[in-house]
Design a protein. Structure first.
Length: 169
């Protein structure tokens, strides 16, 4: 019997789930403290939703990795579905961001690559799990997933900075 694809990833998944859950709570506090400013500025509420959704994506993805014994293809499909929800949230946020004439053009143009850097590695990893029939692809897939989860936490923290500090300037 072959080992599950997630063998050796338990500590990583536990650490990322815990960290992302704590950060999501802090972002929720930041949102509640600055809710008037967030609601008063066009597109910022969608950015807040994307930040929270991304951190929830990290928690959910980490929890999925912790499910014992599931086939890699099932894990890949689950991760892909979770990432698709985050893509929708980021899509709405990006759409609203691009329409903000008051926001500097450079900041608007950077939004898409920052969102892509977070979500593309996770999606690549999920697809490698779904379609990777040999063990080497499945093993590499989790490194892609890990990169996506780490970059998603970083991207969410950038959004959290905007929600806590930049909107008050």
């Amino acid at each position: 019997m072959t080992e599950p694809v997630t063998t050796g990833w338990t500590d990583f998944a536990v650490a990322t789930a815990g960290a992302a859950a704590a950060l999501a709570g802090l972002v929720m506090v930041a949102i509640s403290v600055n809710i008037r400013q967030i609601l008063g500025l066009a597109g910022v509420s969608a950015r807040a939703a994307a930040a929270i959704g991304s951190l929830v994506l990290v928690v959910v993805s980490s929890a999925l990795i912790l499910i014992p014994g599931q086939p890699g293809s099932a894990l890949g499909a689950e991760l892909f579905a979770a990432a698709a929800a985050a893509v929708l949230l980021h899509g709405v946020s990006l759409s609203q961001s691009m329409r903000q004439a008051t926001r500097p053009r450079a900041a608007r143009l950077l939004s898409l690559p920052i969102a892509a850097a977070q979500l593309v590695p996770l999606i690549v990893g999920a697809l490698l799990l779904v379609f990777g029939n040999d063990g080497s692809l499945a093993g590499a897939a989790l490194y892609w997933v890990a990169a996506g989860l780490i970059l998603t936490v970083i991207g969410s923290m950038l959004d959290a900075w905007v929600l806590m500090v930049e909107i008050l300037r």
